[in-house]
Ligand binder design. Structure first.
Ligand code: DGJ
Length: 461
C-alpha cells in the first residue's frame, strides 16, 4: 500500500502544470491548469503562509472590464488560480462595457475583513473614480460597494494604489501623488494627508524602509512603458523629495510599469519586490507579462540596477539571490533548429516578418527558454510546446515588441517531467499597436519575430 501511494504521488507531482523554480520576468506564467496567469495592475497579500495575488483579468479583444482574478502561491514562483474574486457585475459602474483596473486588497486590522480597491471608469476613461469591494474571505467573492467616499464624495481619479503602514493604518494613493488615509473600517476616507506632487505620476506604489517612505510612479504614456521615478519623505504628509529614476535611463523601467511593492520579511532581511506590468495591447490576456525584481537599496536610494531574468527568494530569511543556471545554449544558427519560410540570418539573430514562418527544435530537458532580440518592429509569436506524442504541454502568444532593442528572455516553460519535447514558434502576422484618447499612436511598426538563443535546462542525472 505504502509503495503504491509513493508511486502515485510522484506521478501526480510530475503532472503538475505551472511549476516553477524561480521568479521569471517577461515570460508568460502558466497556472496549475496550464492557463496563462492573468493578473495585471496587481498586488499581493500574505495570509498565514500563503501569498495571494490579485489582478486584472483581460481578454485579447477589448479593454472592457472582465473581472479581477485571485491566484495563490506558497513560494512566489508557481501560481494557482483560485477564483474570479470580483466578477463583472450585471450592470452598473463595474458592469459590461466599463473599465476596471489596478485592484488592491488590504486586510482591515479592526474588522478582519478584506477590502479591495480599484479604478473604475467608462471605456473612454471619462468617468473615473476609486471604488471598493468587501469580502470576509480573502479569495472572495468580493461585493462591489461603489465609490470610496471622502467628505461624502467620490475620489474622481484614475490610477490608484494602496499602502498599509506599520501601525495598521490604510492609505489610498492616487496618480499625481495624493494620499488618502482610510477610516478604521477601511471603507471610507478619514483625511487627505497629501496633495498632488506632480502631473502624471501614474500607477502609484509605496514602501517604507527604516522610517523613510518611498513613493514610486510612472509617466503618462498609455500602455507604453516609461522610466518610472520616485520620491522620498519621512512623513506621508511630505515634503516629498524627488530622487530620480528607479532603473537605468532608457530601459523604460526594464520595459515595465510599476504596480506594487511587496515587502518580504524574513529573519535576516526584508527584500522589497518591485512588481511591474509589461503591457501588451491588444493581447493583454495572452501576452502581457510581469516584471518582478528585487529592489536594491544604497543609503536612502533605491534602484533596479540590473535586470534579472530569474531570481530566487529564501522566504524564511527574506534574502533574494540570483538563480544559478546550468542551461545549455543553442544559438540561432545551430543545425538543431529547423526553420520554415523566409528568415533573415545573422550570427546573433534570425528574424522573419512572414506570417506562418516558423522554427522548431526537438529536445530533452527540464525547461526550455527562448531568447529574442526584442525591438520596435517586432510582433506576436505563437509558441507551442508539445511532448513526443504531439500532446500540447503549454502554448502562448509571446510579444517580441519593445521600444528599445535588447536581448530578452521571452518564453520559459514550467519545469517539465523527464521526456522528449518539441518547441515550435510561428509568426502570427500580428503586432501590438494602439492609440490613446488623444489619438496618439503607440506600438510596433512591423511584424518580425526573432530568435537569438534557446536555452535548455538538462534533466537531473
Ligand atoms: C496607464 C495606466 O497606468 C493603466 O492602468 C491604464 O489605465 C492605461 N494607462 C490605459 O491607457
Amino acid at each position: 500500500m505504502y509503495v503504491i501511494f509513493l508511486i502515485n504521488a510522484s506521478y501526480a507531482f510530475a503532472q503538475i502544470h505551472g511549476k516553477y523554480d524561480a521568479i521569471y520576468s517577461g515570460t508568460p506564467w502558466f497556472d496549475q491548469n496550464g492557463n496563462v496567469v492573468s493578473a495585471h495592475g496587481a498586488n499581493i497579500v500574505k495570509e498565514k503562509d500563503t501569498f495571494y495575488l490579485f489582478g486584472e483579468a483581460h481578454t485579447d479583444t477589448s479593454n472592457a472590464f472582465v473581472g479581477f482574478n485571485c491566484y495563490s502561491s506558497k513560494d512566489l514562483y508557481s501560481w494557482k488560480f483560485e477564483s474570479m474574486a470580483l466578477p463583472v457585475q450585471k450592470s452598473g459602474k463595474l458592469g459590461p462595457n466599463r473599465v476596471g483596473e489596478r485592484p488592491k486588497v488590504m486586510k482591515c486590522p479592526k474588522t478582519g475583513e478584506f477590502i479591495m480597491y480599484m479604478h473604475a471608469d467608462s471605456l473612454t476613461y471619462k468617468d473615473q473614480f476609486v471604488g471598493y469591494a468587501v469580502s470576509k474571505k480573502i479569495k472572495g467573492p468580493y461585493q462591489f460597494k461603489g465609490p470610496l467616499l471622502f467628505n461624502g464624495k467620490p475620489i474622481k481619479k484614475w490610477d490608484m494604489g494602496t499602502f498599509q503602514d506599520t501601525d495598521g493604518s490604510g492609505y489610498v494613493l492616487v496618480h499625481g501623488g495624493e494620499i488618502y488615509k482610510l477610516n478604521d473600517d477601511y471603507k471610507s476616507v478619514a483625511e487627505k494627508v497629501n496633495e498632488n506632487i506632480t502631473s502624471g505620476f501614474e500607477s502609484p506604489a509605496m514602501l517604507k524602509k527604516d522610517g523613510l517612505y518611498y513613493f514610486i510612479g510612472s509617466h503618462l504614456t498609455s500602455w507604453e512603458k516609461n522610466d518610472n521615478y520616485y520620491y522620498t519623505s519621512i512623513s506621508l504628509r511630505g515634503p516629498w523629495i524627488s530622487q530620480g529614476l528607479i532603473a537605468p535611463e532608457g530601459t523604460l523601467t526594464w520595459n515595465s510599469q510599476c504596480t506594487f511593492v511587496l515587502p518580504i520579511q524574513g529573519t535576516k532581511e526584508t527584500t522589497y519586490m518591485f512588481m511591474g506590468d509589461r503591457w501588451s495591447f491588444p493581447k493583454q490576456a495572452s501576452s502581457a507579462t510581469y516584471v518582478w525584481q528585487p529592489l536594491v537599496f544604497s543609503g536612502k536610494s533605491l534602484s533596479i540596477p540590473n535586470y534579472q531574468d530569474a531570481w530566487q527568494i529564501d522566504l524564511a530569511k527574506g534574502i533574494a539571490s540570483s538563480k544559478e543556471t546550468s542551461d545549455t545554449i543553442i544559438k540561432n544558427n545551430d543545425k538543431q533548429i529547423e526553420f520554415k519560410g523566409n528568415w533573415k540570418n545573422t550570427d546573433s539573430e534570425s528574424k522573419s516578418d512572414e506570417k506562418d514562418a516558423s522554427f522548431t527544435i526537438k529536445f530533452s530537458g527540464q525547461q526550455i527558454a527562448l531568447y529574442s532580440l526584442v525591438s520596435s518592429e517586432n510582433g506576436y509569436a505563437k509558441v507551442v510546446l508539445t511532448d513526443e506524442k504531439g500532446k500540447i504541454i503549454v502554448k502562448a502568444v509571446v510579444d517580441m515588441y519593445s521600444k528599445f532593442s535588447v536581448l530578452s528572455q521571452v518564453f520559459r516553460s514550467p519545469v517539465l517531467k523527464k521526456g522528449n519535447y518539441k518547441l515550435t514558434v510561428y509568426n502570427t502576422g500580428e503586432r501590438p499597436n494602439w492609440s490613446d484618447k488623444k489619438k496618439n499612436i503607440y506600438g510596433s511598426t512591423g511584424n518580425y519575430i526573432s530568435i537569438s538563443q534557446i536555452k535548455i535546462k538538462p534533466h537531473k542525472i
